[in-house]
Design a protein around this ligand. Sequence first.
Ligand code: AMP
Length: 125
Amino acid sequence: MEKKMPYDSNNIFARMLRKEIPYHKVFESPHVLAFYDINPKAPCHVLVIPKGPYVSWADFSEKATSEEISEFVKSVDKITQDLGLQEKGYRLISNHGAHASQEVPHFHLHILGGEPLGPLLSNKK
Ligand code: AMP
C-alpha cells in the first residue's frame, strides 16, 4: 500500500460510517467510532476508527488534525477502561499494507484482550 493511495469511499468501514451496514457499537465521539470485530480473534476484539477518510496509520498521521489524533488516542484509552481491559492487559495492532495483510483500507486499530494473548506473532519466533 502506498502512502498516497487514494481513499476508497466504498470500503466496508466507510459504509458502516454511512450506516449502510449494521455493526455492534462500543463507543462513538465526534471523530471516532468503535465496534466489535465481526470475526473476533480474542474474547474481546474491538476496532477503533477515525470518522475521517484515512487509509492507514501513515495517512492519518500525515493528514488528520491534532484534534482528531488526540481524540483518537484518548478514545482508545477510554474504551480499554470501559471494557475492563486495563487491569489484566490488552494488545493494540494496526495493519498497514500488504506485508501486514491489511484487509480494509480505512485506518483502524484492533484492541484485543480478555485472555492471555500469547506471542506477538504466531508464525515467528
Ligand atoms: P485488517 O486486516 O487489519 O484490515 O482487519 C480488518 C478487520 O475488519 C478484520 O479483523 C475483520 O474481521 C473486520 N471486519 C470486516 N468486516 C467487518 C464488519 N462488517 N464488522 C466488523 N468487523 C469487520
